[in-house]
Design a protein around this ligand. Structure first.
Ligand code: AP5
Length: 218
């Protein structure tokens, strides 16, 4: 299946996408991960993107659309993909339609993750990431067994620069203004399903698999 994961920052899109990747071998295409990789590698694109990301603002559409187009062109092995965090604006969604049509790819579903603002802030402010293997933890809900070190590779965990309180506020505002209109965009295309993202990672995953069964039957 080819899916889009939509939702505010911190709702758990990346966590659930990783589960689907582990269980079904799907490919996760996260624009946030791709951009952070470009920043780490010090590429020209990464240098352009860094200032926007640190402030919690969106990277310009043209940059992100080019990145996704390039990645989708390399994907085509039929195992299915999850677009995590893309599209995030109406022009990005329109560009995605065009690219999918051009490459003869069908989109099976858009999953809209819903969570209270209070819980979003709790999840984002407690998130820790591994700068080496990119594993994600939460200080309260899913801590590393080794404390400050990554369970997978032993590197020291860090807090993302955009998980500071001021950047979280900006990201939530940007989401409401620029990304939330996509709910209506995809509802009109009758391809949108809502997913309640409250509760444990396992509970959300169970709900997600039910939603996906319904998508695949449609
Ligand atoms: P990106 O990396 O995409 O960040 P985001 O959308 O803000 O989403 P997050 O990764 O913060 O949250 P998530 O929903 O994946 O939650 P997660 O699973 O990690 O983008 C970063 C930046 O890049 C943007 O601000 C922008 O600048 C740029 N960018 C990216 N895409 C772009 C685009 N298309 N256009 C323009 N710019 C773009 O979970 C969060 C925490 O909660 C974790 O600690 C996790 O362990 C925990 N958790 C998850 N699920 C649960 C649960 N059920 N119970 C308890 N804890 C949980």
């Amino acid at each position: 299946m080819n899916l889009v994961f939509l939702g505010a920052p911190g709702v758990g899109k990346g966590t659930q996408a990783d589960r689907l990747v582990a269980q079904y071998g799907m490919r996760k295409i996260s624009t946030g991960d791709l951009l952070r990789e470009a920043v780490r590698n010090g590429t020209e694109l990464g240098q352009q993107a860094k200032a926007y990301m640190d402030r919690g603002q969106l990277v310009p559409d043209a940059v992100v659309i080019g990145l996704v187009k390039e990645t989708l062109a390399k994907t085509g092995d039929g195992s299915g993909f999850i677009l995590d965090g893309f599209p995030r604006t109406v022009p990005q969604a329109q560009a995605l339609e065009h690219v999918l049509e051009e490459q003869g790819i069908r989109l099976h579903g858009v999953i809209n993750f819903r969570l209270s603002r209070e819980e979003i802030v709790r999840r984002l402010s407690g998130r820790r990431s591994c700068p080496n293997c990119q594993a994600t933890y939460h200080v309260q809900f899913s801590p590393s067994r080794q404390g400050e070190q990554c369970d997978r590779c032993g590197a020291t965990l860090v807090q993302r620069s955009d998980d500071r309180q001021d950047a979280i506020e900006t990201r939530l505002k940007v989401y409401e203004e620029q990304t939330a209109p996509l709910i209506n965009f995809y509802e009109k295309k009758q391809i949108l399903s809502h997913l309640e993202s409250e509760g444990s990672v396992d509970a959300v995953y169970e709900r997600l698999t039910k939603v996906l069964e319904a998508c695949s039957a449609a």
